[in-house]
Design a protein around this ligand. Sequence first.
Ligand code: ADP
Ligand code: MG
Length: 427
Amino acid sequence: MLLLGLAGQAATAIDNSRLYHALQRANDTLEQRVAEEMAERGRVEEALRQAQKMEAIGQLTGGIAHDFNNLLAAVGGSFSLIERRIADGKPGVDRYISAGQDAVRRAASLTQRLLAFSRRATLDPKPTDVNKLIVGMEELVRRSVGPDVEVEVVGQAGLWLTKVDASQLESALLNLCINGRDAMAPGGGRLTVETANKWLDDRAARERDLMPGQYVSLCVTDSGVGMDEETIARAFDPFFTTKPIGQGTGLGLSMVYGFTRQSGGQVRIYSEVGKGTTVCLYLPRHAGQAEEAEPSASEHRIEPGSGETVLVIDDEATLRMLMVDVLEEAGYRVLHAGTGPEGLKLLQSDVKVDLLVTDVGLPGGMNGRQVADAARVTRQGLKVLFITGYAENAAVGNGHLEPGMIVVTKPFVITDFAAKVRELIDS
Ligand code: ADP
Ligand code: MG
């Protein structure tokens, strides 16, 4: 009896201890699961905060760049007209000089607030063969990184096209290569520029915050010092730099980030301290043909106008004056207005207007697109040249324009502008 009792107790104890361990295990894994869940949520929240912060800073710097573009257009335009007057031996350069100086003064006060250049440039995306682009950049990259860095450029055969602003992609690439050089200084090392076609499935796309699909990747790898977690987390922040004052602006990677995001792509940093760094851009595939680069309009002589009437609407007085002058010199009759409603009043009267040139961002409650649409109600097929600055592309339909409408982005060369006017009137 006693023995049986003992055996029974022992069995219960063993069972209890099994049960206890099993419970303990369940508890442990539960705790672990909760901890993982929390860590994951923390990561997502951190990523969200980061994205919102980048968004806000982008807005700010983009706005400043917009103002700056107006000033550049005024300065550049003044110079062009001064040059032309002098070449033609005509008097009357004074007002262009003071217009230019005025713009410079405003630019100087802006640069005090302007801590950096925007990553929200007005992009001019075109179907682009990135392999051609990197081959074209190879020489410049080599010269920029110096003789201690061995450069290798590897373009994947049969690379898809992507639709990007090629000159922005070139500066992004150069930024990455220069970062690579700095990371390998002073001893030098190895820099690889590489392209590839990438299919991102659901998971791979989610990890990169992209839509699943086909992408072209452009990766720059260096054998430099690498980056720790904290540096990686902050590397895209504008003004974040670990370099000595005067050497780093902290704007390289933020430009790369802004540009790539705006192009519908993503940037990722893969790095380990002491082992080197790879930075990859993923750009959406463009299913279509590459375009041949068209010769710049400034290479052509502008054909003189023959008395057609152009209406110019722009709130920026200096820029408006420059456009009016250049058009008058080119032989057009020019009317002008400083706001949308003012311009529309002219358009709704019966004055002859062969072409409307209008800024998109206008004060007075109507943007340039709305003015054009309202004008076309009575003047069907009116030809329109839109002038846009930063982030106004959406207002003119993101490149989907009706026939007889074109867009010129600021800042522009004033002679290019005149050539576009000619082109549109002749079309
Ligand atoms: P900057 O080059 O002016 O410092 P960036 O925005 O280009 O600004 O880079 C920010 C920071 O990210 C650098 O200061 C550096 O700490 C780090 N970084 C960027 N690229 C690399 C790289 N290839 N290797 C190591 N660190 C890098
Ligand atoms: Mg840099």
